[in-house]
Write a protein that binds this ligand. Structure first.
Ligand code: 9MR
Length: 371
């Protein structure tokens, strides 16, 4: 990835300006520049495909102030086995971001779902003292990764998705079996703090404002309250913000929301002294009609309402989308729309053209009070 130099990025930016229909860079100032005077950073996740695509890189550099590696810091990526670490993919992303003046945050030190653990960990022989071995593996991982990026990544999703939305309880995994679920989460946060004392430590999850999220929200509140009570060092809640078509429950129409319960949840979280981040926003338009104008309008209006509901909190200073353009969005690979058309879920389209969603995000950022 040595070719990803500042000069190249600037060249690629010029190429986007020349070739993108609707001229993405002409939509200036960029979203981060709009947020900045209000104390809000705007960004996106970035993965290998986006990094290898000069037009995508240019769009990220023009619109964002911050990126987060989409997969490159997960156990799956950095832990080929129980003994070794491989940081090449993460470092390539960080090197490029740094070369064009973008900040980077980390995701994630522990994705607390068995199906997201590497195969070797699920099959690991924990030996005669499983508790000690589980603790050794977990703390070894967290201290190595957080320690390596201390001073480089100012904020990290320490634990991701530990609450089971179907029960509100904590998920069980091969690590929680010997250690207990609460201990696993505590250990992850405490080890991260010891390895990187100045890093913002985030609990990240996908509870949202749609009906059907009640148990998930109350489970997350319970977890955060317990962490605070035990003095576990957690600084912020990452609100993933995969909104739109319900991922899990089904049967909830697009746009359905419970604003009162949502406010109650956010008040409770901020009342604990925690900061808020929007960490992975996109709008799943799976349930919307084929007509493009109708779809884009509904997506933009829904996103605006959601962002407004969050930006009233001065504790929120970061808005990240999970993809700046639809091109490499994870949603394209998820359950397809009934008409088989591509999803229109990100601020920019397949051909890097700005969408009404982009206008809505810009307006929400512009309307926010300075923090
Ligand atoms: O977008 C990510 C996709 O490329 C990966 O295959 C997947 C599994 O690692 O993770 C996706 O990102 C997820 C994020 O890490 C956590 N919140 C949900 C995101 C979408 O599934």
């Amino acid at each position: 990835m040595t070719d990803l130099t500042r000069r190249e990025a600037i060249g690629a930016a010029a190429a986007v300006a020349l070739f993108v229909p609707g001229n993405a860079l002409a939509a200036s100032p960029g979203l981060d520049a709009i947020g900045k005077p209000r104390g809000i950073r705007f960004g996106t996740c970035l993965g290998g495909k986006g990094l290898r695509d000069p037009r995508y890189r240019a769009l990220v550099a023009a619109q964002c102030g911050l990126i987060v590696p989409e997969n490159e810091l997960k156990w799956q990526a950095v832990r080929p086995d129980a003994r070794s670490f491989d940081f090449r993919a993460a470092d390539a992303l960080i090197a490029w971001a740094t070369s064009v003046g973008l900040g980077v945050r980390g995701h994630t030190l522990l994705w607390q779902k068995t199906e997201r653990y590497p195969k070797w960990l699920v099959e690991h022989d924990f030996g005669p003292n499983p508790r000690a071995e589980a603790e050794r593996l977990l703390t070894g991982h967290v201290s190595t990764v957080a320690g390596r990026y201390a001073g480089v990544l100012p904020s990290f999703d320490v634990v991701n998705e530990a609450v089971d939305e179907k029960t509100g309880g904590l998920r069980e995994t091969v690590l929680t079996a010997p250690l207990g679920a609460e201990n696993v989460i505590d250990l992850a946060f405490r080890t991260a703090r010891a390895a990187a004392p100045h890093m913002q430590l985030v609990y990240n999850d996908y509870m949202s404002w749609e009906p059907g999220n009640e148990l998930h929200r109350s489970g997350v509140l319970k977890l955060l309250e317990a962490l605070k009570k035990r003095g576990t060092p957690v600084d912020a809640l990452g609100i993933q913000s995969h909104i739109g078509a319900p991922g899990q429950g089904g049967g909830v129409p697009f746009g359905a929301r419970d604003e009162k319960a949502w406010r109650h949840f956010l008040d409770a979280v901020t009342g604990m002294g925690l900061k808020l981040l929007v960490t992975e926003m996109d709008v799943n338009d799976k349930l919307l009609p084929t007509d493009i104008a109708t779809r884009d309008r509904a997506v933009a209006d829904y996103a605006r309402a959601f962002l407004d509901s969050l930006l009233v909190y001065p504790q929120l200073d970061t808005v990240l989308f999970w993809g700046i353009s639809d091109k490499y969005s994870w949603l394209q690979g998820l359950t397809p729309r009934p008409d088989g058309l591509a999803k229109r879920c990100c601020p920019y389209g397949m051909n890097y053209e700005p969408r009404p969603l982009r206008t809505a995000v810009a307006a929400a950022l512009a309307a926010a009070q300075a923090r």
